[in-house]
Ligand binder design. Structure first.
Ligand code: DAH
Length: 351
């Protein structure tokens, strides 16, 4: 092996040994750089006689071309290796399933409230909304509830540490019944002109769903729960109408024609007579069992008076039902508290 051949061999070996592009550029400088071996050989040509110069120059250039070839090949090899490494590091498994956004959905009790509003809406009932922090007048007194009634005790009612204008403390409404009075008073005000000339006002037909609060907590009671109030007042509204409304409502709500309804005598201060409403399904796991679903009654004359109406002329009924309980019955849930614990494993089953 002559001197040039061994130089080409050592350059090729050095290039192969270079593990990174920077190593390779250092190795290149040793041969092709300003002070590199090839460069030195070319410089030395100047000292040779003219006849030798040509042949020697051609040999050196041939060796230089080989070295450059080896360099280019190694550069390419290093670049390929780097690309491979990068591809591997950033590899995508296109067979993996895509990441989806979780779907959202309505709370089961909200679904029930929407159904209640839609069904009563189809029967001509307005939907009213009112404050959850109430005063004593709307929650109790206007509803004919005597001062010594047990519901007014601190064991039953959450009181707010702040007095309303009449000096009694604000409270968290214990039922949606105050909405009877709030809505009726507004309705009467709106139709004052008709009433003043002795004309009949349009009937009051309203439901008022919403949150209510009581000092109570077990499998069937939560300190916060929902109620839906109903009120229908006119000159000729009777229990017969109440029974028809309830029949239509519960059959539509539970999507079954096989449903019985009964009124069971009861007592509420704001209705006289009063009744609990029970339903019984004709099929399904609860078939034949009487289930209490609402309180109701003919609105007490004192309450009608508090509406601003003459109880000799205006008459009607009110009812209050529990949307939480209706939701439990509809979906077969046996612990009310699950609705309000915010556990998505439970709630997502309703979507
Ligand atoms: N407010 C009653 C309660 O919370 C429910 C109720 C009963 C509402 C009879 C009414 C009614 O409107 O007529 O227990």
């Amino acid at each position: 092996m002559n001197e040039l051949e061994s130089m080409v061999a050592s350059a090729t070996a050095d290039f192969s040994a270079a593990a990174t592009p920077a190593d390779l550029e250092n190795a290149k400088a040793r041969y092709l750089g300003k002070a590199g071996r090839v460069t030195e050989l070319l410089k030395a040509l100047g000292a040779l006689p003219v006849e030798e110069k040509k042949a020697r120059g051609a040999e050196i250039n041939a060796a230089k071309t080989q070295i450059e070839g080896a360099l280019t090949a190694r550069r390419q090899a290093l670049a390929d290796a780097e690309l491979q490494q990068q591809l591997q590091a950033e590899s995508l498994d296109v067979t993996l399933p895509g990441r989806r956004r979780g779907t959202s959905g309505l709370h089961p009790v909200s679904r029930t409230l929407e159904r209640i509003e839609a069904i009563f809406g189809s029967m001509g009932f307005e939907v009213a909304d009112g404050p959850e922090i109430e005063n004593d007048w709307f929650n109790f007194t206007a509803l004919n509830t005597p001062a010594d009634h047990p519901a007014r005790s601190m064991h039953d009612t959450f009181y707010v540490d702040m007095n309303s204008a009449d000096g009694s403390p604000y409270l968290l409404r214990t039922h949606t019944s105050p909405m009877q009075v709030r809505h009726a008073v507004q309705h009467v005000k709106r139709h004052q002109a008709l009433l003043q000339v002795g004309k009949a006002m349009p009937e009051i037909r309203v439901i008022a769903p919403g949150r209510t609060y009581r000092v109570d907590s077990d499998a069937t009671h939560s300190p916060m729960f929902h109620q839906c109030e109903g009120l229908w007042i006119g000159e000729n509204v009777s229990f017969k109408d109440l029974k028809a409304v309830f029949g239509d409502f519960f059959r539509t709500f539970f999507e079954t024609e096989e449903l019985q309804i009964r009124f069971r005598p009861s007592f509420f201060p704001f209705t006289e007579p009063s009744a609990e409403v029970d339903i019984a399904f004709g099929s399904g796991p609860l078939k034949g069992r009487w289930l209490e679903v609402a309180g109701s009654g003919q609105v007490h004359p004192n309450v009608v008076r508090n509406f601003g109406l003459d109880p000799e002329r205006y008459i009607g009924f009110a009812f209050g039902m529990g949307p939480d309980r209706l939701t439990m019955l509809r979906y077969g849930v046996d612990d009310l508290r699950q609705f309000f614990e915010g556990d998505l494993r439970f709630l997502s089953q309703f979507n």
